[in-house]
Structure formats: structure tokens, C-alpha cells
Design a protein around this ligand. Structure first.
Ligand code: G1P
Length: 277
């Protein structure tokens, strides 16, 4: 059973300056809910209730968000405003929250390795909160991946097709087709130019990783942008054993970009209008 989920949240969020100068990008709201809460709700839905954050300087608001604010709660007790806190209260009741700090920004691989102290020797999920994922009519994306993990018992990355001119924004995978939605990974490149990309299948910010990944990351030299890339460690894992790429059911918004952020906002606003009409 997978119980743990890691949220690397140390990144600076430079694409959202000046908004992220003093505020973590993960606290930016889609309607009235911070991005990171959507991610934790997705993990909770998938049964991953031990939540670990790899955090950094200037990210204290995330810790405060996943805690009780007694003064505020006292003020709104018995009013209609309490309803807005029901979602976060459920998370606080059902989940535990642990924090460790990444001292230097050395890439996503290094961030995940920093989380080893929280994860230990178990398979675990990874959520990059600026990718907001919805399962549509299906279960959430992490839930879908946990079901697959229970079948295959190996690391799994969620992928989607992207326009060829955007491959340099993502880890790109290629592999042997197992079914319409599943591939066994044979190649994986971090942010290749279109001419070097093995396909247009991009990794999005959802992973299930087996704990042997930690030693593989430790043995992985800095790659693209001189950072330790999880993509490179996963390619070693794929070559030595097995990594699956899963075309998830649902939709993903890249809320680390202004376009994706506005699209997600419009999507949830439409949903809100439909519910209130
Ligand atoms: C990271 C990964 C990349 C992946 C992406 C998904 O990149 O390194 O392989 O495709 O997340 O969001 P980042 O967006 O942090 O630069």
C-alpha cells in the first residue's frame, strides 16, 4: 500500500514574479483555493495521507496553511464562513504533514532525494503542485496511478501528448506500447529540443516511485541545466528494471504558466457557476 506523497515545493516560481516575490507559488489560488491544496486533496483521494514537503526559504505559508489558525477559527465559528474551511479541516484530520528543507536548488532529482528522510524505504507518490490535474469523470490522476502500481509494482510517470515545439519544457519519454494508455519506457530525455525529442509524450507532475530511486539519484550526475534530474535517474531505473509511462484520463493545467493558470481559473469558475445555477 502506498501511503506517502512528496511535494517538492522549494522552487522560486520565477515565472510568476512579482506575485511570488514574497509568497510561495504553491499558495497562488485557483478561485479561492491554493494550488497546493488541490494537490494534497488529489493525494488524499488516492489514499496517500502521509504528506511530505521538501520546502525551502520563503515557504512558511505552506506550513501555516496545513495547520489550524485558532484566532481565525474562533472569529468565524458559528458563521457561514466556516464552510470554506471544511475541505482543509478534512485534510488536517486525515493526513499528517512533514517538512524537510532543500538547502540549495539543485534540481527536481535532488529535491526528491532530500525527501528520502521523510519517505524511507517505501514506494511513494510525487506531486508537482503547479500541475493541477483533474480526473474528469474518472478517479483522480494519482488514484489511477496507484491502481496501476498495485498491478505492476514499478515506478510510473504520468504523460500526455504536447505540441512538438514544446518538448523543451518537459521530460519526454518513448517506449514499447503495452496498451492504449500504457508504455514500458525505453528512453527518456529531460527538456530536449524538438529535433532531439524521442516523441511528443511529456511527463507531467505526477510520479509513483519505488524507493530504489534514491540510490539511483545519488549516482546521477547533474544533467540538463546543470541540475540533478529525476528524468535521468528514471532512465537508469527503466534500463535496469522497469518504468511505466501512463497516459492518464482527465486533464492537466500547467498552472506554472500564466496561460495554464487562467485556463484552470476559467475551468473552475465555470464549474462554480454551474453548481450555483
Ligand atoms: C519538471 C521535470 C520535467 C517534467 C515537468 C512536469 O520540470 O524536470 O521532466 O516534465 O516537471 O511539470 P520543471 O517544470 O520543474 O522545470
Amino acid at each position: 500500500m502506498i501511503k506517502k506523497c512528496l511535494f517538492p515545493v522549494a522552487g522560486y516560481g520565477t515565472r510568476f514574479l512579482p506575485a511570488t516575490k514574497a509568497m510561495p507559488k504553491e499558495i497562488l489560488p485557483i478561485l479561492d483555493k491554493p494550488l497546493v491544496q488541490y494537490g494534497v486533496e488529489e493525494a488524499h483521494e488516492a489514499g496517500l495521507t502521509d504528506i511530505g514537503f521538501v520546502t525551502g526559504r520563503g515557504k512558511r505559508a505552506i506550513e501555516d496553511h496545513f495547520d489550524v489558525n485558532y484566532e481565525l477559527e474562533d472569529k468565524i465559528a458559528g458563521t457561514g464562513k466556516e464552510r470554506a474551511l471544511l475541505g482543509i479541516r478534512t485534510l488536517l484530520e486525515d493526513c499528517t504533514f512533514s517538512y524537510t528543507r532543500q538547502i540549495a536548488m539543485r534540481g527536481l532529482g535532488d529535491a526528491i532525494l532530500t525527501g528520502q528522510t521523510i519517505i524511507g524505504d517505501e514506494p511513494f507518490g510525487v506531486v508537482l503542485a503547479d500541475d493541477l490535474c483533474i480526473g474528469g469523470d474518472e478517479a483522480g490522476v494519482l488514484s489511477q496511478m496507484v491502481s496501476l502500481y498495485n498491478q505492476f509494482r514499478c515506478s510510473i510517470v504520468a504523460v500526455e501528448e504536447v505540441p512538438v515545439d514544446q518538448t523543451s519544457n518537459y521530460g519526454i519519454v518513448a517506449g514499447e506500447t503495452i496498451s492504449d494508455t500504457l508504455m514500458r519506457v525505453t528512453d527518456m530525455v529531460e527538456k530536449p529540443n524538438p529535433e532531439d525529442a524521442p516523441s511528443n509524450l511529456a511527463i507531467i507532475g505526477r510520479y509513483i516511485l519505488t524507493p530504489d530511486i534514491f540510490d539511483l539519484i545519488r549516482a546521477t550526475p547533474p544533467g540538463k541545466n546543470d541540475e540533478v534530474q529525476i528524468t535521468d535517474a528514471l532512465l537508469t531505473q527503466a534500463n535496469q528494471g522497469c518504468v511505466m509511462a501512463y497516459k492518464f484520463k482527465g486533464r492537466r493545467f500547467d498552472c506554472g504558466s500564466v496561460d495554464g493558470f487562467v485556463e484552470a481559473t476559467n475551468y473552475y469558475y465555470q464549474k462554480f457557476l454551474n453548481c450555483s445555477s
